[in-house]
Write a protein that binds this ligand. Structure first.
Ligand SMILES: Cc1ncc(COP(=O)(O)O)c(C=O)c1O
Length: 399
């Protein structure tokens, strides 16, 4: 056999499309071009001081060793308490919670624990691209379910019903949603729960943006009557506390899954960074006004982006985002798809956005703007986009 470093499983997984944007924007940065970064899905704020202090003090006290596979008890207790407070669901911290390397690892541990080859999982289209690639990595098949723009980007459950087969195991729900900023209402969550119950599916609920909400309440499927037993929550501290680099998240789920996920963790990471866990526990246990302060800054930036869009030819925002820090902007430039448009905007005015098509076929015709950038950058970025869109809308499409 010829030497090879590629399994067939990994061969079928593309590099994340967003990387192309990152790499190009980084190259422009390195040439001294002032790029406005609307592509990055991470808060620009520093992690709150009391969280950093707790991590520093853990280090000073010699907390430098492996921890339990499932995470330090104080962190698991803090996660359970926070879920009880904000999501109104009770979990046993020692049996139903495992701390993970971000929401991303929560997803991976869950899928590795549950899926068999041939299984199918319903994933949102458009949606966070890793839903598709992680399901594939676990030997199962992602089945895209279209989201309905007119309905707050909720999944089209009639379409989903037609996609159900005897191999369908689960549906992935993500509210607040990346890339649209859509937030599902309580009644929409209940409809999804009824759909899951009727088809005997598990619900994987990605709640990475649970605390970044503007008007709507947050509703976890786990909080709906009789749903806790079929729901797996993928939680994250990354966005809530501006801790993307700390890599802390969690799974909250029935004990059987948590025990399986611990087995996967024993073969993957053994345990998370010890002092990062101590900091994370302080974040969850400590003052929560830090989250409200960041959210009100996001709200201000959202206003700047939305005003900019309504003042720009060829762009519109059909659904006002209610959560996370993304706007999914519809564009209409004759003869241009979302990748071509994002390219022109980056090349010609130095604003990095993500083509909607990178989030699935239903994302074509949109650009994702992340407003996790400073207020000044939001203003400057929208002014630049307005300039180029005014020119592009006058261009004739090349035949
Ligand atoms: C929907 C969604 N889920 C999960 C993640 C992973 O976040 P983390 O691993 O930092 O918690 C992201 C990151 O952007 C996301 O957008």
């Amino acid at each position: 056999m010829p030497l090879s470093f590629t399994s067939s499983k990994i061969e079928s997984i593309p590099f994340a499309g967003i990387r192309k944007v990152f790499d190009k924007a980084a190259q422009m940065d390195s040439k001294g071009i002032k790029v406005i970064h609307f592509e990055i899905g991470r808060p620009d704020f520093d992690t709150p001081k009391h969280i950093k202090d707790a991590a520093k003090s853990a280090l000073d006290q010699g907390m430098v060793h492996y921890t339990r596979n499932a995470g330090i008890p104080s962190l698991r207790k803090a996660i359970a308490a926070s879920i009880k407070l904000f999501k109104k669901v009770e979990y046993d911290p020692m049996k139903e919670i495992i701390a993970t390397g971000g929401g991303q690892q929560a997803m991976f541990l869950t899928l590795q624990s549950i899926l068999n080859s041939g299984d199918e999982v319903l994933v949102p289209n458009p949606g966070y691209p890793q839903f598709t690639s992680c399901v594939t990595m676990c030997g199962a098949t992602p089945i895209p379910v279209p989201l309905v723009q007119e309905n707050n980007f909720a999944p089209d459950l009639l379409a989903a019903q037609k996609l159900i087969s005897q191999n369908t195991r689960a549906i992935i729900v993500n509210s607040p949603h990346n890339p649209t900023g859509g937030v599902l209402t309580r009644s929409q969550i209940i409809e999804i729960c009824n759909f899951a119950e009727k088809n005997d599916l598990l619900i994987f609920s990605d709640e990475a943006y649970d605390r970044i909400l503007y008007d709507n309440e947050f509703v976890s499927p786990a909080a709906i009557d009789k749903m806790k037993k079929r729901t797996v929550i993928w939680g994250s501290l990354s966005k809530t506390y501006a801790m993307t680099g700390w890599r802390i998240g969690y799974i909250a789920a029935p004990a059987e899954l948590v025990s399986n996920a611990i087995k996967v963790q024993q073969n993957l990471m053994l345990s998370l960074c010890s002092f990062a866990q101590a900091g994370a526990a302080a974040g969850l246990d400590g003052p929560q006004d830090v989250v409200d302060n960041m959210t009100s800054k996001f709200m201000e930036r959202r206003r700047i982006i939305l005003d900019g869009i309504s003042d720009t030819p060829g762009l519109s925002c059909p659904v006002i985002p209610q959560g996370a820090f993304y706007v999914f902007v519809a564009h209409k430039v004759p003869g241009m798809n979302s990748e071509q448009l994002a390219d022109r905007i980056l090349d010609e005015v130095g604003v990095a956005t993500v083509p909607g098509s990178y989030f699935g076929s239903k994302g074509e015709g949109f650009l994702r703007i992340s407003y996790a950038a400073s207020k000044e950058d939001c203003q400057e970025g929208m002014a630049r986009i307005k300039n180029i869109m005014s020119l592009l809308m006058k261009e004739q499409p090349s035949s």
